[in-house]
Design a protein around this ligand. Structure first.
Ligand code: F6P
Length: 357
């Protein structure tokens, strides 16, 4: 008999249900006696003892369903050990785990959530993590579930902008999600044929961006498309200390990076610029086929780890193989785009500007 707790934590994404289904199917198919307790709204449910006992039926028909049937919430890692109004969150989570007599807790989450998963593992709970996020920034795995689905949506957004940009002869900026990294922008930008890609890992110089736009104009191109990661920063901002950088961004008069860049382009070139922000649509809808396969594979490995009692692990993809690494190895590290990677070199070869040189 195995009693498993499961929760989805942090920002949602398209393949959370598909991954939970993978874990559940793997468990129900290979164990005679298994109970799954789904905690509602992420760690909050574990803290408050708010859960649903799930049956096999709960995991049927959810392969294609976006969002999460358990609900989710953001519980910042930094606040986890802070006792608020006498409420000790870590103790409360451990109490729920013990009260239900769980053998293991399966956490589907991104960086912050996996840090908390590692903390619970260090506190003595049996924990298994699964790498969720559209940002693709979890260290230790080549890919996270949700990423490809977000890339598809972001690419469609660029495709749709293409026709209107062409008709009007304007400069269009699309601001894409990704938090502190540029994976979604890099992949969707290449897939959508954007002319300029701005990602946090390669700080930009506005003069270089304007030069690239003028060159396109000179070459007879009537429009340009710039894909900007929400975390993109200029070279000047990148040169500041972490604190000064945070202050500068917080005090900016623009709602986000794309609007600041748009204003600077208009000021320097006189060109008409439009900004589009697909925002949370990038996290919505059904998982794409790639993510359905990925989630099924990662989920099956999650079930295998539970069955083998191989705890304290994060399921990852390495060299296109599903495997697992210690949670402690990934906790607190971000996977950035490497500016020297050959995908960047290939993009530059095609004439894509990263606004840096
Ligand atoms: O981590 C996923 C993500 O969608 C990021 O790309 C984005 O910066 C953030 O979440 C948005 O968070 P929220 O949904 O809390 O606004």
């Amino acid at each position: 008999m195995k009693r498993i707790g499961m929760l989805t934590s942090g920002g949602d994404c398209q393949a959370l249900n598909a991954t939970m289904r993978g874990v559940a199917k793997g468990l129900f198919s290979n164990l005679d006696n298994v109970e799954i307790y789904g905690f509602l709204e992420g760690y909050k449910g574990l803290m408050r003892g708010n859960y649903r006992k799930m049956t096999e039926k709960d995991f049927s028909g959810i392969l294609t369903r976006g969002g999460t049937i358990l609900g989710t919430s953001r519980q910042p890692f930094k606040q986890m050990r802070v006792v608020e109004d006498g409420f000790d969150k870590v103790k409360a989570m451990k109490d729920t785990y013990q009260r239900l007599g769980l053998d293991c807790l399966v956490v589907l989450g991104g960086n912050g959530s996996l840090k908390s998963a590692n903390m619970l593992s260090e506190e003595g709970l049996n924990v298994i993590g699964l790498p969720k996020t559209i940002d693709n920034d979890i260290w230790g795995t080549e890919v996270t579930f949700g990423f490809q689905s977000a890339v598809e949506i972001a690419t469609t957004a660029i495709d749709n902008i293409h026709t209107t940009a062409e008709s009007h002869g304007r400069v269009f900026i699309l601001e894409l999600m990704g938090h502190k990294v540029g994976w979604v922008t890099l992949h969707a930008g290449i897939a959508g044929g954007a002319d300029v890609l701005l990602i946090p890992e390669i700080p930009y110089d506005i003069k270089v961006i304007c030069k690239a736009l003028r060159e396109r104009e000179k070459a007879g191109k009537s429009f340009s498309i710039i894909a900007v990661a929400e975390g993109a920063i200029s070279k000047e901002t990148a040169a500041l200390s972490k604190k000064a950088r945070k202050e500068k961004i917080a005090n900016s008069k623009y709602p986000s990076a794309a609007y600041e860049i748009a204003a600077q382009i208009t000021e320097k070139t006189g060109q008409e610029v439009r900004v589009t922000v697909p925002g949370h649509t990038q996290r919505g809808g059904s998982p794409c086929p790639y993510d359905r396969v990925l989630s099924s594979r990662l989920g099956a490995m999650g079930a295998k780890l539970v069955i083998n009692e191989d705890y304290g692990k994060l399921v990852v993809m390495r060299n296109d193989d599903v495997t697992a690494i210690p949670l402690a190895e990934t906790a607190g590290k971000l996977k950035y785009v490497d500016p020297e990677d050959d995908i960047i070199e290939s993009a530059r070869m095609l004439g894509i500007s990263f606004g840096d040189k």
